[in-house]
Design a protein around this ligand. Structure first.
Ligand code: BGC
Length: 768
């Protein structure tokens, strides 16, 4: 291991086409607003398949999604995140020969991601076919302090070479989204979503403004190349007026540095995006490059302070966790116009749409490390609330709001309703994330302003969807998180979460009433007191499936009646099952894609006895394929909760390196942000035994056998607490803010400065 806070490319197979595709995702640069896949600026030889793309979070067009049978209410179009103008290209010619990683001799090459500096760096020593040697260092950064800015520093050391050096830097508006018709997880067609409308060069900078075909959005990109030497430069506009090229000759006697400033501004955030882009470019040019780095690194330093995780005894694993947290910051929107997509801004997988991944995996990470981001994520859902109300009407509900399963602005973008719109649990997930934000911050003001409106509107959906039958409240024909079991009655996860959601709606109702803050929201959504009575009644009568014989919670009412399908008999190449079997064939079997009931135990552990959770865990473990990357972290957390330390460690290890080792064979489509957050949750909630409840915060740390220790920080009510877990003791330090009451191994303490607690002796056996 070179350094823990740097990720290096594997040098042996680094130029292999597939590895280059993986690099596009692993080494991409993003800041939550823009994302740029990692590509060699000079390009690749003909025949290489590459998905070179730049994205803006939440910037989309509509794509047709024709339904073969036009049943009522099925969406016929979806939103898809767009590939916007390419500002990466830089070509270098020395003595007439073009630099390429694929010609001449690569004498030295390394590519790395530096997670403290927040940059991707490529260093190359190259000998041209004619025998000229040069060294290059290329640094890329998506600025965290000026979000529209993407910088490339291109440094050329001509070494002994004396001759003509020509640099060509392009800005290309002629782009198209990636598509793979064979993979349901990516778009199936490549269309011209974005049409360049103007392309001009002014004062040495190029400006391209493009419009989307259907959504009526606009984006402007500006590029300026600044060279360390004064040179003769010419500009051309090419390619049917969609590409601007800057061509310059440099003097090879000295080192040459080109700084390429690119800014991207869209019409979602800015009323005049062309004007804004010009201003952003001027702003970027008015600051030195080192000042840009200083501010960018300052942001990151602060980020790392709040979400520190260290593992003593396994550097590779520690590096994987740091990488995962780095990617979460790169991916999450810093404003309310975006959210966080399953692939962040690193690829076209899932088309940049937002899912429950945001609320149930990623937001819990931010809620306890950076609550301001968590609040922004909720506000971005608040922005979608009107659309969610419309969505509820489409599905036949006269009141309330139903969030779509996958979306960019709030309209349902899932074409296959059994594992899409039927996942009503999304309403409970969003409510759960708001409640967790409240528990971590006690920000009742925000609940009064926005949170409660979402909570009440979404809670209404349970009442409208469910019904009483023989005194119990049932929620029928919905799909739980497990997408291999669809449209079922009484999914345990959904019902348990609905119960929690309804109870909290009642609590917030009382709290706001007491604070004199209820009227505004109640009036706005015509919320009546009788509805609260309905919430209480439904919550108390909520049916939660339980099987007396097996002493487990069946995933739903029909689950135990299904046919068995022994996972061990399925050929390895047939995973994930969704790519090899008809959905109906899968649905008829007792097999799970991901944690479903086990997920309910993670978030609502007080709803069942320890024994039921243990029996169920062991039951579902045997029939879960983990075909979704969201699954293993949850199994790890619940295993830790149930005292199965070895299992907790195994599930954690398998999932923490998912993207670095490409364990799901699809990292080329983008990183897996929910899984990444899951690794942090596994350390904090799993091994650290952290819980955030109404009664306060608690810890129940265990130490995996292979580690000497680990530490992490969490934020709670404006304080930051560092937890060090060692072989003999746990040390809790208050790093920031006021003293806090915490519970450790079931005992309550006041944490003022430092608290040292001995770990219970480790004589306990692996429990099963
Ligand atoms: C999972 C969903 C998840 C989606 C996006 C699917 O494979 O089954 O739970 O929301 O991926 O990550």
């Amino acid at each position: 291991m070179k350094e823990k806070r740097k990720i290096y490319n594997l040098t042996d197979s680094s130029l292999d086409n597939y590895n280059l595709l993986l690099n596009e995702a692993i080494f991409h640069n993003a800041n939550g607003y823009i994302g740029i896949r990692y590509d060699f600026e000079e390009g690749y030889p003909d025949g290489y398949e590459i998905t070179r793309s730049q994205y803006i979070n939440g910037f989309y067009d509509y794509a047709e999604m024709k339904q073969a049978e036009r049943l009522y209410g099925l969406p016929e179009k979806k939103q898809t995140m767009l590939d916007v103008a390419d500002t990466q290209e830089i070509k270098l010619f020395i003595d007439g020969e073009q630099f390429s990683m694929f010609s001449g001799t690569l004498m030295d090459f390394q590519l790395y991601l530096d997670m403290d500096r927040g940059v991707t760096v490529r260093e190359v020593k190259w000998q041209s076919p004619k025998g000229h040697e040069i060294a290059l260092k290329i640094t890329r950064m998506a600025s965290l302090h000026q979000l529209p800015l993407f910088l490339i520093e291109y440094e050329i050391d001509p070494l002994e070479f004396r001759g003509e050096v020509i640099i060509e830097s392009a800005h290309d508006g002629n782009v198209c989204n990636f598509a793979d018709p064979d993979d349901p997880r990516t778009a199936d067609r490549c269309e011209d979503y974005i049409i360049p409308e103007s392309c001009e060069i002014k004062d040495g900078a190029s400006y391209i403004t493009s419009r989307t075909s259907r959504s009526g959005l606009e984006v402007c990109s500006c590029v300026k190349n600044v060279l360390s030497q004064k040179n003769q430069t010419e500009f051309l506009i090419d390619n049917n007026k969609t590409t601007c090229i800057m061509r310059t000759k440099a003097n090879s006697g000295r080192k040459i540095k080109l700084v390429k400033y690119a800014v991207l501004c869209d019409s979602i955030r800015y009323s005049d995006c062309s004007m804004q882009a010009r201003e952003e470019l001027n702003k970027a040019l008015s600051v030195s490059v080192s000042e840009h780095h200083r501010k960018h690194e300052g942001y990151l330093r602060n980020y790392w302070k709040n979400c520190r995780v260290e593992i003593d005894g396994d550097d590779e694993l520690a590096q994987a966790v740091i990488f995962n947290m780095y990617q979460l910051n790169q991916s999450v929107s810093k404003d309310i116009f975006g959210n966080i997509a399953p692939k962040g801004l690193s690829g076209d997988g899932y088309e940049g749409q937002y899912f429950w991944d945001s609320e149930m995996f990623i937001q819990p990470f931010f809620t306890i490390t950076n609550p301001a981001i968590s609040k922004t994520l909720i506000e971005s859902r608040y922005r979608q609330l009107d659309q969610a109300r419309r969505n509820a009407r489409i599905l036949g509900h006269e009141r309330g709001a139903l969030y779509p399963w996958r979306t960019i602005t709030g309209v349902e973008c899932s074409g296959y309703f059994p594992s899409g719109s039927a996942q009503y649990h999304i309403n409970g997930d969003i409510a759960y994330a708001i409640i967790a934000y409240y528990l971590a911050t006690k920000d009742i003001e925000f609940i009064a302003e926005k949170g409660a409106e979402i909570i009440f509107e979404t809670a209404r959906m349970w009442i409208d969807t469910g019904n009483f039958y023989k005194g119990q409240f049932h929620i029928n024909d919905v799909t739980g998180p497990d997408e291999y079991t669809c449209v079922v009655n009484d999914n345990y996860y959904t019902n348990a979460l609905a119960q929690y959601h309804l109870r909290w709606a009642v609590k917030f109702y009382s709290m706001l009433k007491e604070a004199g803050r209820l009227d505004a929201v109640a009036k706005k959504i015509k919320f009546r007191k009788t509805e609260i009575r309905g919430f209480i009644k439904a919550a108390e009568a909520m049916y939660l499936p339980y099987d007396e014989e097996l002493k487990i919670n069946p995933q739903d009412d029909s689950f135990l009646r299904k046919k068995e399908w022994d996972i061990a008999t399925i050929p390895r190449q047939n995973f994930p099952l969704l790519m090899h079997y008809h959905p109906l064939y899968i649905y008829r079997h007792r097999i799970c894609k991901q944690a479903d009931t086990v997920m309910a135990y993670f978030i609502l552990e007080d709803a069942q006895s320890e024994e039921t959770m243990r029996n169920s865990f062991l039951y579902y473990e045997k029939i879960t394929t983990h075909d979704s990357s969201l699954s293993q972290p949850v199994f790890s957390i619940v295993a830790a909760r149930l005292g199965m330390e070895e299992k907790a460690y195994k599930y954690f290890g398998d999932s923490a390196k998912l993207d670095l080792l490409n364990l799901y064979n699809n990292t080329e489509d983008g990183i897996h942000t929910a899984n990444m957050a899951g690794t942090f949750l596994t350390i904090v909630y799993g091994f650290g035994g952290f819980r955030l409840k109404e009664s306060g915060i608690s810890f129940d740390p265990i130490l995996p056998e292979k580690w000497k220790g680990y530490d992490f920080t969490i934020s709670y009510e404006n304080s930051r607490i560092k937890v060090d877990v060692g072989e003999k003791e746990c040390i809790f330090s208050l790093e920031k803010g006021r003293s806090k009451r915490i519970s450790v191994y079931g005992k309550s303490y006041r944490l003022k400065d430092k608290l040292i607690i001995l770990r219970p002796s480790n004589e306990k056996e692996e429990k099963e």
